[in-house]
Design a protein around this ligand. Structure first.
Ligand code: CAA
Length: 258
């Protein structure tokens, strides 16, 4: 694999997104490789817990790859969201084994959505999280409108998504986005310690408990579908062209609402 590292250590498999030069942004290849890595950890009889993190000190994942989707049509945009949700975000959420996100830096856009799809989130005190998509003329398309509202509540979701602001780790902890925060140098060892405590318990009972917890989310499916449709429609707007071009040209966007 080019962008994903898989390291097995007895009952714990560590999956690292390894594209630090682009702050681990999710392009098609990264999503494909992550799907392969999670499927292999799920199928591995020895693995009981999975930890997901990002390579480098700066980022967990800085979002979907803006350069990749900037020229997409509305149908391509819709498909990007639908395929990504199916192959990675819903796939992780529905695994039988618990996934711990160790958020070691920026978790923005699709990067925060990836963490929100994991079952447990631990953050570095230096992490910053947010859903900045509307600053690009688009909306969260990998489940963020649904999962952030579920985890942090609708008020926090409306504020974070409409303001596009990045928040520090302690605020993310207060909003229940993170279960715990740790100094960056302790983050992975704390994730491993938690994984060890989980791995001591019955895998079949854990999987049954996870199914019961997830059963409460099922009514949200129509919300995910609405998000996919709305994400695709953004790709027909002038604001989307302007927002993504401005990011690529490293300047501030000039939005008109068209
Ligand atoms: N897509 C593509 N490239 C990205 C990226 C992304 N999401 N985030 C960072 N990069 C690239 C930068 O373009 C830059 O590449 P070059 O060196 O080739 O110019 C490299 O990674 C390093 O980034 P910066 O120079 O920007 O680093 P910085 O420290 O100045 O800023 C940052 C860090 C604030 C995280 C900034 O990179 C940033 O704002 N990134 C974009 C965050 C974002 O908007 N994410 C949402 C994406 S949309 C999405 O995710 C849609 C969805 O829900 C499906």
């Amino acid at each position: 694999m080019e962008y994903v590292i898989l390291e097995k250590n007895e009952a714990v498999t560590l999956i690292t997104v390894n594209r630090p030069e682009k702050l681990n942004a999710l392009n098609r290849q990264v999503i494909f490789e992550l799907n392969t890595a999670f499927a292999s950890a799920e199928d591995d009889p020895e693995t009981r817990v999975i930890i997901l993190t990002g390579a480098g000190e700066k980022a967990f994942v800085a979002g979907a790859d803006i350069a990749e989707f900037a020229s997409f049509s509305p149908e391509e945009g819709r498909r990007l969201a639908a395929d990504g949700q199916e192959r990675l975000f819903n796939f992780i959420e529905n695994l039988a084994k618990p996934v711990i996100a160790a958020v070691n830096g920026y978790a923005l856009g699709g990067g925060l959505e990836l963490a929100l799809a994991c079952h447990i989130r631990l953050g570095a005190t230096t992490a910053q999280v947010g859903l900045p998509e509307v600053s690009l003329g688009v909306i969260p398309g990998y489940g963020g409108t649904q999962r952030l509202a579920r985890i942090a509540g609708p008020g926090a979701a409306f504020e974070l998504i409409t303001s596009a602001q990045r928040i520090p780790a302690d605020r993310a902890l207060a909003l229940r986005i993170f279960n715990h925060i740790y100094p960056p140098e302790q983050l992975l060892s704390e994730a491993r310690a938690l994984a060890g405590r989980i791995a001591a318990n019955s895998p079949s009972a854990i999987s049954a408990a996870m199914n019961a917890i997830r059963a409460g989310y099922e009514p949200l499916r129509s919300g995910f579908d609405k998000e996919i449709e709305a994400f695709g429609l953004c790709f027909a707007t002038e604001d989307f062209r302007e927002g993504t071009q401005a990011f690529l040209e490293k300047r501030k966007p000039r939005f008109t609402g068209r």
